[in-house]
Design a protein around this ligand. Structure first.
Ligand SMILES: *Cc1c(COP(=O)(O)O)cnc(C)c1O
Length: 400
């Protein structure tokens, strides 16, 4: 045994939380520059390029909007532009985030119904179809769902939910939160029949917090014409106007926009398919480690069905509901890795490992190793060799 060391956390603290995520140096550098005129020249060209590339990222021919806002702001943008007070909204529960979006809708004056789900399961499309078939008067005007729920760690099958809505012959607007999925896993707004999508800058898009996005398909634009929840800042009609500053309803958040440009350049130069494959591989490596740890009977995946586990964040829970705070603290204070805390129904009884955005093998393996060091140091029962299982998986999946 060598001398005990109080901490090995010096060096860059590593954020393994599901947002904000790690911002690439190229994005940080792009933001550090003088401000530009907001009416002409390079700023206008920058906006055009970002709106064009947002369409590419959302995979839509619809119109995209950029807000100086976080995800909660983009939620409000999506709702206020297409709904009227008293409209009924169906929230598809699968964790915490669609519920939060529904709470915003309620405060804005919508009538909100929750299609109950399970904190450990994805939305079941057949249940959506059943509920919509029962809505014979067509009272439901919009359906809200998160593609990835960052609290539970499920990925919802947006394509299948879209098919369920059409199978029921229902014409409610299909609204999807892609804050924790866009730029990390495939999303096909138009092909999957999504009417409104929203997102934010600080997760898969690798840009600091502060930009919110909305994308509107043709049916959303129709609904917009008669929506009475509209307010000046979020309003699409004003933002469609001819003067550049209208695109932001005021002064553009210029540094963030330059950062987003650099982030998009990184995504397109890596290639979106490669970005998705990288997320899949690093997520699976994480899952291999968690599967081994869970053999110790203390820890488990939050998401019970393997096929419903998402590729951007892996929430781990304690089987007996014990706190995992000592482990989270150990990782941060002793190893310099910040894990996500458990949210929603698992609050206080687990942790989350994010593998979202600007991540590579050493970042993910380093995080897994720190967790494993913590489990050993704290003598938490766990299957040993989780990190090794992740390494074995990556060695097979990333051939020489
Ligand atoms: C983070 C997150 C949000 C909220 O975004 P903020 O920027 O924190 O307001 C909404 N939905 C999902 C799925 C998220 O992961």
């Amino acid at each position: 045994m060598s001398e005990p060391v109080s901490s090995v956390a010096a060096g860059r603290e590593f954020l393994a939380i599901p947002g904000p995520t790690n911002v690439p140096d190229a994005v940080l550098q792009a933001m550090h520059r003088p401000m530009l005129d907001i009416y002409t020249g390079p700023m206008v060209a920058l906006t055009d390029s970002l709106l064009r590339d947002l369409k590419r990222i959302f995979a839509t021919e619809g119109r995209c909007y950029i807000y100086a806002a976080n995800g909660h702001g983009a939620w409000e943008a999506a709702l206020t532009n297409v709904l009227s007070r008293g409209d009924k909204v169906l929230v598809l529960e699968s964790g915490r985030f669609a519920i939060g979006w529904g709470e915003a809708a309620k405060m804005l004056g919508a009538e909100v119904e929750i299609l109950p789900g399970d904190f450990r399961r994805a939305v079941q499309p057949d249940q959506v179809e059943k509920r919509l078939r029962a809505d014979t008067k067509g009272e439901i005007k919009a359906i809200l769902v998160a593609q990835i729920d960052t609290a539970s760690g499920v990925i919802n099958d947006i394509k299948a939910i879209g098919e369920a809505i059409r199978a029921a012959g229902h014409d409610a607007l299909f609204c999807v939160d892609t804050v924790a999925s866009l730029g990390c896993v495939p999303f096909e707004m138009d092909k999957w029949g999504v009417d409104v999508s929203m997102s934010g800058s600080q997760k898969g898009l690798m840009t600091p917090p502060g930009l919110g996005f909305a994308a509107a398909g043709p049916r959303a634009r129709e609904a917009h014409k008669k929506a009475n929840m509209r307010t000046p800042y979020w309003d699409w009609t004003f933002r469609d106007g001819p003067v550049h500053y209208q695109k932001y309803c005021g002064t553009p958040p210029e540094p963030l926009l330059f950062g987003l440009r650099a982030a998009f350049d990184l995504i397109f130069s890596e290639g979106q398919d490669n970005v998705f494959a990288r997320h899949r591989a690093l997520a699976e490596a994480t899952r291999r480690a968690v599967a081994v740890w869970s053999e110790g009977q203390t820890f488990d995946f939050n998401v019970s069905e393997a096929s419903e586990r998402c590729d951007t964040v892996t929430p781990v829970i304690t089987r007996g509901g014990e706190s995992a705070q000592a482990l989270v603290d150990y990782c941060q204070n002793k190893c310099g890795v910040v894990l996500g805390r458990a949210l929603g129904k698992t609050e206080g009884r687990g942790f989350r490992i994010a593998h979202m955005g600007h991540v590579n093998a050493p970042m993910v393996l380093g995080t897994l190793s720190a967790v494993e060091i913590g489990m050993k140091a704290l003598k938490l029962p766990h299957g040993s060799g989780g990190g090794a299982a992740a390494i074995d998986y990556l060695a097979q999946t990333v051939p020489a």
